[in-house]
Ligand binder design. Sequence first.
Ligand code: ADP
Ligand code: ZN
Ligand code: ZN
Length: 732
Amino acid sequence: MTPNIARVALPVPLDKQFDYLIKPGQTPVVGGRVKVPFGRQHLVGIVMAISTESEWPVDQLKPLNSVLDGEPLWPSSLFNLLCWASRYYQYPLGDTLANAMPTLLRKGREASPASLKVWQLTPAGYDQPLSALTRAPRQVQVLNALRQGEVSHDALLAEDISAATLKTLSEKGWIFASEQQPAAADWAAHFAVTEEKPKLNEEQALAIASVNANPDFACYLLEGVTGSGKTEVYLNLLEPVLAAGKQALILVPEIGLTPQTINRFKRRFNVPLETIHSGLNDTERLSAWLAGRDNQAGIIIGTRSALFTPFANLGIIIVDEEHDASYKQQDSLRYHARDLAVMRASQGNIPIILGSATPALETLHNAKSGKYHHLHLTRRAGHAQSARHGVLDVKGLYLEAGLSAPLIAQMRKHLTAGNQVMLFLNRRGYAPAVMCHECGWLAECKRCDAYYTYHQQSGELRCHHCATQRPVMPQCGNCGSTQLHAVGVGTEQLEQQLATLFPDYKTVRIDRDSTRRKGSLENYLEAIRRNEYQILIGTQMLAKGHHFPDVTLVALIDVDSALFSNDFRASERLAQLFIQVAGRAGRASKPGEVILQTHHPEHALLQALLYKGYDQFATSALQERKQAWLPPYTYLALLRAEAHENHQVEQFLQQIRGIFEASPVFNQDTQVMGPNPAPLARRAGRYRWQLLIQAPSRKALQQLLSLAKPAIGLLPLSKKIRWSIDVEPQDL
Ligand code: ADP
Ligand code: ZN
Ligand code: ZN
């Protein structure tokens, strides 16, 4: 019997595949796309198997509409990785595969480069005497150009020829158009290093030799402060890979994809380079994806999703700033691009390098336990000095918009010396709450369990959790008093206060509110470099990937909120921010200074960080994690659920807890915690609860979840309640 049934994964939120009949003449392939009828719509799905039988009566199966690909979309190793990711992150296979495709492929577009429209002369066109056309100079120009050979449509338009002129000529029967595939270029044949390389220092040479000694899969942690020469190491590692005709993938955090970074790779090699990031339109995204697959790009630099690019011949993966939180996707397929990159390297048997000045505790643990090789760069190139730093105990001090008098004095000193000052505060808006001075009433979002943030610039109250906004009320909602005051400090208020304190200096605020417009972040950063602003205020956004040599004072305004957060990763993030800014403040001729304002200067982690460095901080923090049974010593999954009926959500999670506890793989090493109200217990009118599942290994966690998930889907409440599973969540 000939196999005539295709099993298809469709982009629907269901953990199953669908069978369709293959019509005579159709030749679907496993891993390729097909278009199928589904209910009243038509969907693009991926063929997972071709078979002679179905669980369903064959005469009830519908036929495929059409076959879109004659070859699999992904090389088999990447296809297998995507299937693995679907299982590991508990996300339906069809949706996972759709997530990994450029939008245009999801919509059914052909998976080949856009063809080129090219114009040529007809024999009649050749024979036209140009002298007869003196009144139509544009037509003469075209005929003349085409006498030298064919010319593309776009090239003619670029010469100011209008589409109408071409149409007229073709209607006269003098020229005709054809579609051609762009010629494939063989970049490897002309590979060259196109700039002079600096002489490596010993540590760099050692790091490079360690990686080159072994061409197979291995994971390397390259730990080195900013400016220690990590990028130079990446460039040196790429060289033999590219010279051998293999491609390189470089992942960078969302905010790290700067022209400076891209240019360093472009300057070094004459290799076609593509970038993949959120700023691309659908056509550009498909084109970059195809350039990877068809070996038309030697280097691809991109953010998180670039990991899903197919490559003809991938030789190395680099994950820069591997600790960065933007590598974790926070919705749909909740994958961690760094972790999947390690899997991808392992399946492709190629080396992978994770670079950071402040490695994630998970990564450090893997390095310390010998799973990853640990490479160090300890010296800062260019003889820059490390910044001085100190804690500023603000207990009992009067704070003006969050600033203590000693900090203000210090700022004045640096500003008078002609330098820039950078202040960090991880809270947007003017004030995190508005309070009545008479009765203490607080303006609260009606739909969330949260206070409104006051945004003075727009004169609005905004809820940062559901995006509700409303004008500021004139009176207290409880006693009617007009004495409403902002409480607490956000970046907007800090900005305003600084204008009063330092009227002679210009202040700029970099946060999500001030950089909403495309390109505005780049413009601000440029203006800062030109010293148009002297005081820079920012959230974490400002710290990443930017170097401002004239910034000599950096202050973290509110360290305590991170030290005493209920998210166990908050102190790790604080430490990373601190090292990042300390590494970037000042330069050789202008040493920098970092100040941390806190009420708890004696805090053990803070002490370790400040006086013994990131490694000691990490060692202490890892010890705490071990004692508390937290990652990387255990593996977590967070089951979130939300609905309008509070008790239903809790009840639903109770039932799920029951499913886990009854599971044959549940034992004394596994735990379910909750149901507990989520940190934000109500959002946009929905009550939110969560359940935390803990297991001793990835494998145990996956078994537990895979067995429980179908049973959860059978609970009647699962249809009424919005729920999701986040495997290895980054934010609790
Ligand atoms: P990182 O990526 O760790 O921040 P970079 O590779 O960007 O560090 O290096 C910082 C600066 O030092 C760059 O300007 C780089 O060109 C320069 N540099 C790196 N390695 C060397 C070296 N061995 N000799 C001279 N300059 C170097
Ligand atoms: Zn709200
Ligand atoms: Zn009141």
